[in-house]
Ligand binder design. Structure first.
Ligand code: NCD
Length: 308
């Protein structure tokens, strides 16, 4: 039962609970109109202290498509945080008005703090360079839809594995499935943190290799998960400028990949995928963005007890 629970990090839900969410997401995707009144009378609050396009809009679209309503702010300057209010006071106040809230904040651990202050379900929409569990729901649903399974897959994760929260959450979640192999492709300075590599080592028979160049693993992976170098997490611009274009996936590189490989990206992209790749049928990042809305519809329904 997910009713009344919060989602702060990927392991908050069991594999069985995730299966249920993905089944519901598939049913919603097949016949969205059947769910048009599922959350009538309910209110979602979106508390976005950091920029967002997909996460906020997909949550808002999800709630509106379920017949619910949405309130929220986008940008710290538009909330009382600008006056010095704490996260805990803000969330307690929002809980007086809304039934469920999504929070995105630049500080690691902020969503956990928020959830501890209220009985209202709180969803982590990204906490600094730490975790992004609803992007992971999106990614898992996409992998399942495209590959038919979530185990025994070889996945290349490429780019900023140090600051990229989507990668941290995805690795954590996939390490629970059997026989996963991770190819971690990054410059040394942007390698995955030890706590993330530990998730793989403690996983269910998972393996990993590290690579500096895409070409080393490109012909060998089922999934290539590209990421943006996270400009906003760098301490100095010089390092960002030096590292930002380390990897660029273009049509030539795609020619080394298998015909059944898929390319994923949480978006936004900057330069790391050339626009020419978009027309390649293996490019799945816009399908992924759409899946994000379906899985968030399923999540909101489950947390509000509307999924039975
Ligand atoms: C990601 C994020 O915010 O972490 N975007 C998203 O939610 N789809 C990835 C990114 O910003 O690079």
């Amino acid at each position: 039962m997910l009713q009344g629970r919060s989602l702060i990090e990927p392991l908050d839900f069991s594999v069985g609970e995730l299966d249920g969410l993905f089944r519901l997401s598939e049913e919603i995707a097949a016949a969205p109109e059947r769910y048009a009144g599922s959350c009538a009378g309910k209110l979602l609050a979106t508390l976005f202290y950091e920029p967002s396009t997909r996460t906020r809009f997909s949550f808002e679209a999800a709630m509106l498509r379920l017949g619910g309503k949405v309130i929220g702010f986008s940008g710290e300057a538009n909330s009382s945080a600008a006056k010095g209010e704490s996260i805990s006071d803000t969330i307690r106040t929002v809980a007086c008005y809304a039934d469920v809230a999504v929070i995105r904040h630049p500080k690691e651990g902020s969503a956990l703090v928020a959830a501890a202050c209220t009985d209202m379900p709180v969803i982590n929409g990204g906490d600094g360079g730490h975790q992004h569990p609803t992007q992971t729901l999106t990614d898992l649903l996409t992998i399942h839809r495209e590959k038919g399974r979530l185990d025994n897959l070889r996945i290349g994760l490429c780019g900023d594995l140090k600051f990229g929260r989507t990668v941290h959450s995805l690795i954590k979640a996939l390490s629970r499935y059997e026989g996963m192999e991770f190819c971690l492709i990054s410059p040394e300075e942007l390698a995955a943190p030890d706590y993330v590599v530990r998730d793989i080592k403690q996983g269910r028979g998972c393996k990993y290799v590290e690579a500096r160049h895409m070409k080393e693993v490109l012909g060998d992976v089922d999934i290539l998960y590209m990421t943006r170098v996270q400009k906003e997490r760098f301490f100095n611009e010089e390092d960002y400028l030096r590292l930002k274009d380390t990897y660029i996936l273009d049509a030539k590189k795609m020619s080394y990949a298998r015909d059944d490989m898929i390319v994923m990206h949480p978006l936004p992209r900057v330069n790391e995928i050339a626009p020419e790749v978009d027309k390649d049928p293996r490019a799945k990042y816009f399908d992924q963005a759409k899946n994000g809305m379906y899985v968030r519809m399923a999540l909101i329904m489950a947390l509000l007890g509307a999924a039975e």
